[in-house]
Write a protein that binds this ligand. Sequence first.
Ligand SMILES: Cc1ncc(COP(=O)(O)O)c(C=O)c1O
Length: 354
Amino acid sequence: MKITRTIDSRLKLIDFSDLPFGRVFSDHMLVCNYRNGEWQVPEILPYGPIPMNPSSQVLHYGQSIFEGMKAFKNPNNEVLFFRREENFNRLNRSAVRMSIPDIPKDIFMDGIDKLLLLDSDWCKAEEGYSLYIRPFIFASSNCIKASSSEEFTFIIITSPTTTYYPDEVNLVIEEHYTRASKGGVGFAKAAGNYAATFYPTKLANSKGFQQVIWMDSKEHKYIEECGTMNIWFRIGDKLITPKLSDSILDGITRDSIITLARDIGIVVEEIKVLVHDLVEAYDAGQLKEVFGTGTAVAVSPITSITFREKKMILPTAEDSFALRLKEEMQGIQRGKFKDAYGWTTKIISRDMIS
Ligand SMILES: Cc1ncc(COP(=O)(O)O)c(C=O)c1O
């Protein structure tokens, strides 16, 4: 792999006490092109603009996928990745659906290792900080025919982040617009899935809601996800989350929370969640907690859910499942608790960076 280091790190210019999410990028990026039916040799170079023609296919047909994962520093100042194998597998599941060639495992893993060896100072060890890793692949043939691209570009960029604690997360159940449909691409991290949510989210924001709860596209009866998070309901002492389908993203945090919750004795059910059952549980005083999960937020408690004219204000649970599970997961991510699941890995540097 060719590595060109930056001659002027931007790290000294960054105010880590005021980090807006997703706007600050580390010094280096990895770029790898797919040409003539093969992934070429990847290259690491200083973060910066990439050459692109106006006819680049991604700009016309949105053939593009991405992943989102995090690295943390443990108390020994070593970089820990959390379940990155799962992100690798999901990227390639998305690739199949979007007619994008699989990315080889060594390009993905070695690329991340080498980037993190170069930019590990961008991952702060202090509580709350992490380095968000964004691998993505897009169609890069210069061709405006509506067909699958023949050339693709794989890039990894990284961005320092800190935990963001919103004051309130008020959700509204969206009954008109849908995020994903049966047979569609909702289970994939396809770029267009996100673009399609911006308008309904903007409408919800203008009415004072921070995020939208997405329902199934056919009957608008079943709850699927909220914003860009998987959603959880504590009804009585059971934890319920929508059963996976091709219109729900198979969250890696979701999977981790299921395992952690079961191991501390919480009953978890993955079922189809009817909105009317939720309202009934609320009216009976049984809806004790709602939270969302995802890489960016980890676990995010929900303040209220509005369904038509009804605003369901959620109580602050005394023995909050959300907070307990968040603590467990973050303890493992930061190497503070024993990782009984083999979820964390350290950098494996196959050849030293030169
Ligand atoms: C639509 C959607 N659902 C759920 C999630 C949560 O997935 P994960 O826990 O793997 O970050 C994300 C974020 O990646 C997402 O974009």
